[in-house]
Design a protein around this ligand. Structure first.
Ligand SMILES: [Mn+2]
Length: 379
């Protein structure tokens, strides 16, 4: 059985107030095409389907189109809610949709919802464990909640039968190894009561995780975060996004293949003086990449007039401008506050100057300041 695993679609997400819906439409189409090309037998969406509990109308329409494509192609879809989703809204009409091959697990229930599909080796049972706050299950920690939910399962986890789990918790390795995070998981608490050890999932042929946006394997078994299909922050500019194609053979036979995704627009970080970033050489070198989502770090020390407007004339999708001098100033602010008492007036002024200008006082200016400070202190 061929299983396509994705998660953290965050449909409707905005970055820097800009709608990503076009990029999402493009990437979801690509996921659909991969499923068809690879002849996937089922598609798993492991939570955070939408970005918010009450999604925008365009987000709802996009998910509707995405799911309809699969159902028309007779590829079943199994979907659970993540911490960003509203369980009730995600599960709308789920009992009707099941008859057409769309299985949705929204709300927490015990025993967990299961879906059984068959191939030439027999049945494969998919266990749906949507995100839930531990307190709702009557527990203090996510780990206890997960153990309780697993204990009520009508399945045996001795590895003799093929069982696949879909879930959306902060799953760590057996020794507490934490997954590598991105900048776009807005609500991950590392090392807290949210941790769930991958060791709890022994016996599952494959565990399809959502929650962490960087695709990765965690723990000792076949436990994988599919990662988000798109980069949702500039911190992810150098990460590649993908979906997992999982092939289950006889019990015990599992292969996992990462299939890379190619976005409509990349996330690109550029750095330099405003004039240089606008120069013909740089623009020619970038070519079509000028249309990417751009984060520009400007190294100019003098005041700039409307840098974002200027950049936008050649980088239409510039989203963020960082001024290097301000970043340096922020770093120094704390330090100078702490040591202020011990420093001379001239030294303090020197720091103040550097904070504003982004460069230290030169020798000539330093002498002038020292002279002025001495005169003032003698008064
Ligand atoms: Mn997420």
């Amino acid at each position: 059985m061929k299983i396509l695993h994705t998660a953290d679609l965050h449909i409707g997400k905005k970055i820097f107030e800009l709608s990503m819906i076009e990029d999402q439409k493009y990437i979801l189409r690509q996921i659909y095409e991969i499923a068809v090309r690879e002849q996937a037998d089922v598609v798993l969406i492991a939570g955070d389907v939408y970005d918010r509990a009450v999604p925008s109308t365009e987000a709802v329409s996009l998910l509707d189109d995405f799911l309809t494509d699969f159902i028309r192609a007779e590829i079943p879809v199994i979907m659970i809610s993540g911490n960003h989703d509203s369980p009730e809204r995600i599960a709308f009409a789920d009992r009707i949709l099941e008859k057409r091959g769309l299985y949705i697990a929204g709300n927490y229930c015990e025993p967990l919802k299961t879906v059984t599909l068959k191939d030439e080796y027999g049945p494969v049972t998919f266990v749906c464990m949507p995100f839930v706050k531990p307190a709702v299950t009557g527990n203090a920690t996510a780990s206890q909640a997960v153990e309780q939910m697993l204990s009520t399962l009508p399945v045996t986890l001795d590895g003799s039968r093929r069982q696949v789990l879909l879930t959306h918790f902060f799953v760590t390795g057996e020794q507490g190894e934490t997954p590598e995070l991105s900048d776009s998981e807005s609500d991950v608490n590392v090392g807290g009561l949210d941790n769930v050890s991958a060791g709890l999932f022994q016996g599952f042929a494959y565990v399809a995780l959502g929650h962490i946006h960087r695709p990765q394997h965690i723990g000792n078994g076949n436990v994988y975060y599919a990662g988000a299909p798109l980069k949702y922050s500039f911190g992810e500019a150098f990460n590649e996004k993908s979906v997992n194609l999982v092939e289950l053979g006889k019990p015990g036979e599992v292969t996992v293949r990462k299939i890379p995704l190619k976005p409509l627009r990349e996330m690109r970080c550029i750095k330099g003086k405003l004039g240089d970033l606008m120069s013909r050489e740089v623009l020619e070198m970038l070519g079509d990449s000028r249309e990417d989502y751009v984060q520009a770090t400007l190294t100019d020390t003098e005041e700039l007039i409307d840098p974002i407007g200027t950049l936008r004339s050649v980088y239409p999708n510039v989203l963020q401008i960082l001024l290097e001098k301000n970043q340096m100033a922020e770093m120094q602010e704390y330090e100078s506050g702490v040591h202020a008492v011990k420093k001379s007036t001239a030294a303090l002024f020197g720091e103040f100057y550097e904070m504003l200008k982004g460069e230290p006082l030169d020798e000539k200016r330093r002498l002038v300041v020292e002279e002025a400070a001495r005169e003032a202190e003698e008064l």
